[in-house]
Design a protein. Sequence first.
Lengths: 409, 106
Amino acid sequence: MQKNPLVVVGAGQAGLQVCDSVRKGGYDGHLVLIGEESSLPYQRPPLSKKYLTGTVDEQRLTFRPVSFYEKNQIELRLNERIEALDCIKHNVIFAGGKTLNYEKLVLTTGSRVRPLRCDGADLPGVFYIRTLTDARALCQRLAKVDRVAVIGGGFIGLEAAAMARELQKTVVLFETTEHLMGRAVSAFLSDFYAELHREHGVELHLGCSVNRIRRQKNELVLETETGTEHRADILVVGIGVIPNVELAENAELECRDGILVDEYGRTSDPDIFSAGDCTMHYNGFLGREVRLESVQNAVDQAKIVAGNLFQKGASYTAVPWFWSDQYDAKLQIAGLGMSHDEFVVRGEVKEEGFSLFYFRKGILLGADSINRPADHMACRKILENRIDIRPSEAGDLNFDLRKRSKIAG
Amino acid sequence: MAKIVYVDVNGERHDCDVANGLSVMEGAIQNDIDGILAICGGSCACSTCHSYIDENWLERVGRPGDIEDDTLELAQDRQENSRLTCQIEVTDELDGLVVVVAQNDG
């Protein structure tokens, strides 16, 4: 009997990975991948990095060429938006009313940018970086202007600032908290990055909010809460993302700042799974629920979902990791070190490279490494295999970290 | 443009034309070579584009740089002739290069 298809809603990193993994796992049924963007599924990380310099051909951003979808019989439906789910009838409902019946459904709807909300936030000259369309518009404009303002001191804002400086633009950046990348790295590292950006010529305003934006002739005027004014040609906003949970919420699936899934990627509906940016998920490594915004999570969680769709598969225990390129400082984050009660420095604190290893009650939580991939990889392995390591060892350059990371857990 | 010969994880040989300036990894992706995953998109932050360089080409391709060398630590079954293909730029000089894709379960 012909079964209904496996339907994946959201054609980004996680959605594509589900399809790829499920085919590799031997699923030979009908497979449909639906996305609301019109481009072939593509990588987002370069959009806030090299792509902005205008030197990267868009084709290089696509994950896989069309032949990949044909070869693997993945029915790709682009430029199509799913408006609602009918969990009882097992239907996804397209804008316009058409329905598609599913055997199993995977929601990989990702996230969308948090919009700036202040007077003038809708003015022309304000750019976000999430989709290829966004990035393309910014890239074209960036090439023609001199002064760039950035609101948001997270990864997106900082990467954009670094790229703008590479293009010799004047850059001013506003961050409402005192700490750059404050959700992801320690205050120590935030301070290091603040200095790094200032050394590279960024005018940085920490603990500063922009209250109003207006257009004056051909420029934007940003007014801060303290009344100071700053002029720029364009504004780039990077103030976070919001998980796309609406489809799930409206279908009464359990959500909590993300579509709630267990360690197998299952939602509160037995035939619906979810993976990636849009999920609030239980992570076995962390021992708690978390919502992660990263390529690693999208990929690893999607693989777990693929393994659990039609049989009992592995649970999600992957060690989180992340990277960010700003100037010549290649930052790599292993684990989640934010709840540390102590940290040690491995190496000398300078742009050329060093690492911070974070501990809580003497147990390693994670590490932030700048230009030290060996430290980063060692940390990942140590975390994965639950290998013992002491703060004094992590902070001692004479201690063979690589050797320790190779011990069987 | 250079001809790059990819031997995929199934042992199948693929002769591909890859434009100069692309990485050997990108050439693999564009030609659907099985086994190259490139999870980090070529930022030298994972190891899933790991391949073995045919020994006749080792000298011409060169050795990994420091960062790549460290990142290769994460690769399964690293050998003397291991390289991360996202770090090898295709040029006319590499015309005929043979790479054997490693086991990259990712």
